[in-house]
Design a protein around this ligand. Structure first.
Ligand code: IFM
Length: 692
């Protein structure tokens, strides 16, 4: 990166980093994503358009490539060395290109004000006229179709000379899926795109741009994170927030893939990345987008129930990888580094996704207080997932409960028994459902497709939760990651190199299964997701034991590690891991950014700042805050919305200020007396919080 300040990131583009910068400068309106368009590079990826939730017809579905009509061309006369600036505040991507010996500017955006409307405008000196015009593709209409869906584009291009040469192209996109959309014919879809285009063409591109920028400015007013003493950190955090927002729509449902609509990696499939990493951030930043992501899951509850039935179980079994139908779409085999075919077991075994979906729904409810969602979709998700665990837990003769043949978040170890994360999340799911269904507003027996929920079912959930083993050893005050984990060879990640590193690639598939090195937080993830449910004083022992064993071989790992380290006051290490998360895509640390941006990292960055450094989270019906801010960071200010109330939290190493636009319940630190319904929290020192 060439230049960075609080709101802008400027990249020097050359032939070697083109695909990475395409991904970094992706634009999106939550439904349609479009990779940035390095001009003059007219190949398959440049300007690629994808639509969230619209897949191709392959056996393992992959996001459908939209019509490429949105691409510019440049007639091969463009110098490949360009600068591209991402203006986060206004949501604009601006390229400065050399063409025919002169310089032209090309501005692009996916309108935040008009759904499915993307604009490209090239300007340059009059004597570059034809060259400037060549930077913007001619008008056209086209449709990409598959057996599962379609994406149509209609565009209008205009050239003019008005003191400068200007070429503007407005593209309107529409999409449907065979599962969720109305049964439109291709012709109708194109007509809808033309209709959308005509509506957009009622405005000039200047007006379209200013309406778009105004929406972005309003968004930032309610969600921006400021770290003015560290503009580099600030811009990278906002880069994450920007891409989180562009990846989730507010209409209907949002199928947010692990890479959003910014590339083809992971085929656009939806993983726990969305439920656990993205949704909590969106719930606090822009709740309707989080709701859409959960509605995506809720609409696939029937498919999840069908899968549970096929397994001979009850309730709902969500797939590890999900696309449009809600069926399992995880590949069943892949190739290792030596080109050997190896089985992929995540589909059948990574069942913690079931509890992750329920946890996500309850996080959303905790942040938003959305009663209608709580009593509707959230209840169904919580109940049906609990029912799955009830039928999945194996009870041994001694009464203990077990989950065998599973994979935890640490995917280096397969087919393990009693993964602490999976078991503890399942136990949380069962208890949460039992408690939820005995709330006063739930006092009438509840119905679901599988029957009435009565006291005896709630008691069974509670008993199963209590029976589930969790690997906790009170003498060591820590959890064993799974049965037999302590017997593995005590290899530490640092023995293989400096993390983050792909330990599975370094050691090979057979060896990695025999050693204690793990891919990403597993037991530690529990301390992040369920901090109040963990045995008292188990956090530090678990952290001290598992951190040296963590290779951070997953992009999900650094941000959560930063969050945990911040909670325990190890701020230098927290900043180190946050920095890796912040640069994961921007510096292509995992060498996978060209395939699309890592949205879980982006959600994790928000969580590291909010949950980790500010200690901000919903807790037992109040908003909890307990900051630990590095001394050289000055003040962190985070804007969010809690139960519909705009909140601004500013904290430094010594000060805290929380301002809510209406009174809300607030708790500070671990002192139960620091609990008030208030609009303003202020204090002088970390030891002496004062509430007003
Ligand atoms: O969901 C993750 C998983 O935890 C690690 N492998 C990649 C997946 C998609 O990001």
């Amino acid at each position: 990166m060439d230049h960075i300040d609080g709101w802008t990131l400027t990249f020097d583009l050359d032939a070697s980093n083109r695909r990475i910068i395409e991904a970094l400068t992706s634009m999106g309106d939550g439904v349609f994503g479009r990779r940035g368009l390095p001009l003059g590079h007219d190949d398959v990826e440049s300007g690629m358009v994808l639509a969230s939730g619209v897949f191709d017809g392959s056996a393992v579905p992959e996001l459908l490539d939209g019509p490429v009509a949105a691409r510019a061309i440049g007639d091969g006369r463009v110098d490949p060395d360009q600068t591209v600036t991402l203006d986060l505040r206004n949501g604009l991507v601006t390229s400065r290109v050399r063409i025919d010996g002169g310089t032209a500017t090309v501005e692009q955006f996916a309108s935040a004000a008009l759904d499915g409307v993307h604009v490209t405008e090239a300007t340059g000196p009059v004597d570059l006229g034809e060259a400037v015009f060549s930077l913007v593709a001619p008008a056209g209409t086209g449709t990409a179709t598959s057996a599962r869906g379609a994406i149509a584009a209609a565009s209008h291009t205009a050239h003019r000379i008005d003191g400068r040469a200007v070429a503007a192209r407005v593209t309107a996109l529409t999409a449907l899926t065979s599962l969720t959309g109305p049964p439109l014919e291709q012709q109708d879809l194109e007509r809808a795109a033309v209709h959308r285009l005509n509506a957009a063409m009622q405005s000039t591109t200047v007006e379209l741009r200013s309406e778009h920028a105004a929406v972005w400015n309003r968004r930032w007013d309610s969600m921006a994170i400021d770290v003015p003493d560290r503009p580099d950190v600030e811009a990278r955090i906002r880069f994450a927030q920007y891409h989180l927002l562009t990846s989730a729509g507010i209409e209907s449902e949002a199928a947010i893939g692990a890479r959003g609509a910014t590339g083809h990696a992971y085929r656009g499939h939806v993983f726990w990345d969305t439920d656990v990493f993205v949704v909590p951030a969106l719930a606090a930043m822009d709740a309707p987008r989080a709701r859409s992501a959960l509605i995506y899951r809720f609409r696939r509850l029937a498919a999840a129930k069908q899968r549970a039935r096929t397994e001979g179980r009850h309730g709902a079994r969500f797939p590890w990888e999900s696309a449009d139908s809600g069926e399992e779409v995880a590949p069943t085999q892949g190739t290792d580094l030596h080109g050997r075919v190896v089985p992929i077991k995540t589909g059948p075994q990574e069942i913690h996704i079931v509890a992750d979906v329920a946890w996500s729904a309850m996080q959303y409810v905790a942040w938003t207080g959305d009663i209608a969602f709580a009593r509707g979709p959230a209840t169904d998700l919580l109940v049906e997932t609990a029912r799955y665990w009830q039928s999945r837990v194996e009870r041994d003769a001694d009464g203990t409960g077990h989950l065998r043949r599973v994979i935890g978040p640490d995917e280096y170890h397969e087919s393990v028994a009693d993964n602490a994360f999976t078991n503890a999340m399942a136990a949380w799911n069962l208890r949460a459902a039992a408690q939820w269904c005995s709330a006063p507003w739930c006092s009438a027996p509840m119905h679901s497709d599988d029957g009435v929920i009565d006291d005896s079912e709630r008691d069974r959930w509670q008993a199963t939760a209590d029976a589930l083993v969790d690997g906790y050893d009170p003498t060591l005050m820590r959890h064993e990651q799974f049965e037999g984990y302590y017997d593995l060879d005590a290899v530490l990640a640092g023995g293989l190199g400096t993390p983050p590193l792909p330990a599975d690639a370094l050691l090979g598939r057979e060896r990695i299964a025999q050693v204690q090195v793990i891919k990403q937080p597993d037991v530690l993830m529990l301390h992040h997701l369920l901090p109040d449910e963990m045995p008292k004083r188990s956090f530090e022992p678990d952290l001290d034991f598992y951190l040296p064993r963590t290779a951070h071989g997953s992009s999900l790992s650094p941000a959560i590690t930063a969050s945990l380290l911040a909670r325990t006051g190890r701020l230098d290490e927290a900043v180190h891991w946050l920095d890796i998360a912040l640069r994961l895509d921007l510096d292509d640390i995992s060498h996978t950014t060209a395939g699309g941006l890592h949205l879980a990292t982006m959600g994790g960055v928000w969580q590291a700042i909010a949950n980790g450094f500010l200690g901000l989270r919903p807790r037992n019906g109040s908003l909890h805050v307990d900051p630990r801010v590095p001394a050289d960071w000055g003040t962190i200010t985070l804007r969010c919305t809690y139960h519909g109330v705009p909140v601004v939290v500013s904290a430094s190493a010594e000060k805290l200020r929380l301002i809510a636009s209406k009174p809300i319940d607030v708790t500070i630190g671990n002192d139960p007396l620091m609990h008030r319904r208030t609009q303003l929290v202020a204090e002088r020192t970390a030891q002496d919080w004062s509430l007003r």
